[in-house]
Design a protein around this ligand. Sequence first.
Ligand SMILES: *Cc1c(COP(=O)(O)O)cnc(C)c1O
Length: 360
Amino acid sequence: MSRVYNFSAGPAVLPEEVLKEAAEEMLDYKGSGMSVMEMSHRSKVYDEIIKEAEQDIRDLLSIPDNYKVLFLQGGASQQFAAVPMNLMKNKKAGYILTGQWAKKAFAEAKLYGEAVELASSADKTFSYIPDCSDLPITDDMDYVYICENNTIYGTKYKKLPNTKGRILVSDVSSCFLSEPMDVTKYGVVYGGVQKNIGPAGVVIDIIREDLITDDVLPGTPTMLKWKTQSDNDSLYNTPPCYGIYICGKVFKWIKRNGGLAGMKTRNEEKAKILYDFLDNSTLFKGTVVKEDRSLMNVPFVTGNEELDKKFVAAATEKGFVNLKGHRTVGGMRASIYNAMPKEGVEKLVSFMEQFEKENK
Ligand SMILES: *Cc1c(COP(=O)(O)O)cnc(C)c1O
């Protein structure tokens, strides 16, 4: 068996310990005589798994009692619709456009009401986060929407927008549990787990209780109504049982490794190694303004498309895989989520140094 250094943006690397534990429990979960994949979601043993997972994420993020945690399906993209369906009482919301995922959420919201562009960084290929201190937010907006870490472009909000009293809704798919976060600043936080937490197929919503109501847009499917999910503790129908079980294991792994403060320290160390190298390289260059750099997704280029291709191929050969940039932007991108060991980043940088020498 040989594992590669997987820099994929998602589905992405998971902690090896978690995969090993899951492998050990594959045929017989804790004396149940069956795999978690095979057990009823209504069984006592599964109930413990999902309850414990919820408690662990509550502990990690210090989620207050007046916020619900929902384990849902359909990925982050399904929530692009669920957000307006559940929140657009006035049929108006403000969106800050910082990349593809924010744009997709914006386009989806337009199907249900008036989605207003509050700010955008499209003018410079989304390489920065716009100034959000005084946006044209009006009192009739039901919420203000952001994508907090832009997976494709490698930017992250270091300061949350001034929403002028409106509810903040944030897609945190690619920075979920990468550092501490004050949940009370948000109305809704949600993320697909396949970037930093678990296998694709699970999306976790953290929603302030008063925003979970029967007052949803007409025609909202039962499954997309947060109230349905909340009233049934995420067990209205069969949830993505196995995925939630792996998320639970990752929560425990984070707890064992210093919690979110521990993750932040590790992630800052890893990102610094890569950014310091990029800042001093004569061949490679980061594409994001320094103040807005993501700790999770690091896009970079050589400035020469042929050389980019050569680099990606050579890196793959050496076991540094999935470094090709998103198909819409080109170049390279190293995603260095929680589970990427520091050693993986150090070795990647050594390889880049060598590539630079040989290609100058
Ligand atoms: C990956 C990603 C999505 C899409 O997630 P799906 O689970 O595939 O729907 C949405 N938002 C962000 C920020 C992402 O990184």
